[in-house]
Write a protein of this length. Structure first.
Length: 217
């Protein structure tokens, strides 16, 4: 499991600027959605006003041939994720780029309503995404690591910034918060340190200056 630091995340996203899938990499880190889920997202899943994104399906390649949409692995995989204003801004830019591609493709465009399709509107093959990701990592000066590690990075970034584990769990689509804790708990030693200091501060007596004498009846 590879976890990027905040500075490494910035380095990666800077390298992705102007790439047609810049928004995909940005969304992967800010939401923690799985590779198969992000490739199946549709514009109809996005509520611009409420800034929410519904995860309703995943893209699969059964038996290594063709692609198909199917429900998430578990019922908890279907979820609604709140998006930040910066993420919405990135998606708006991506939408405008896609409209330009649609016009350029003309009759070759196949409408699937996908947020992240190929340049002619069809679903992106996962193997193609991984090849693109590998090139991005090389250009950014990173050693190879899995696309799925962006999901792990998203989880750790949230937990390191004191986002409650139940919220992180829901964003990731875990069935229980305990799953999130089991997967990532050992990677958060600094949170143990913070917890120890916080409880010390809470229970340690402090000197109180009395402005008036205490009356004993």
């Amino acid at each position: 499991m590879t976890i990027l630091t905040e500075s490494q995340v910035s380095q990666l996203l800077i390298a992705a600027r102007s790439h047609r899938l810049e928004a995909l990499f940005y969304l992967a880190i800010t939401t923690g959605v799985r590779e198969s889920e992000i490739l199946a997202l549709k514009w109809s899943d996005l509520d611009w006003l409420r800034r929410t994104l519904k995860v309703e399906r995943q893209l699969e390649r059964p038996h290594g041939e063709g692609v198909q949409f199917s429900p998430p692995k578990t019922a908890f995989g279907k979820r609604s994720i709140k998006l930040g204003s910066k993420t919405i801004e990135v998606l708006r830019g991506h939408y405008e780029r896609q409209q330009t591609e649609r016009i350029a493709a003309s009759e070759a465009w196949k409408e699937y309503d996908l947020i992240f399709p190929t340049s002619v509107g069809t679903p992106i093959d996962q193997r193609s995404l991984l090849r693109t990701f590998k090139i991005l990592l090389k250009n950014a000066g990173f050693p190879p690591f899995r696309f799925h590690d962006l999901r792990h990075t998203s989880a750790i970034l949230m937990l390191n910034h004191d986002i409650p584990v139940i919220i992180v769990s829901r964003r990731l689509g875990h069935a229980r918060a305990s799953i999130t804790s089991d997967v990532y708990g050992h990677l958060l030693p600094n949170m143990q340190d913070e917890a120890a200091e916080m409880i010390d501060d809470l229970v340690t007596p402090t000197e109180v200056k009395l402005t008036d004498p205490i009356s004993i009846v």
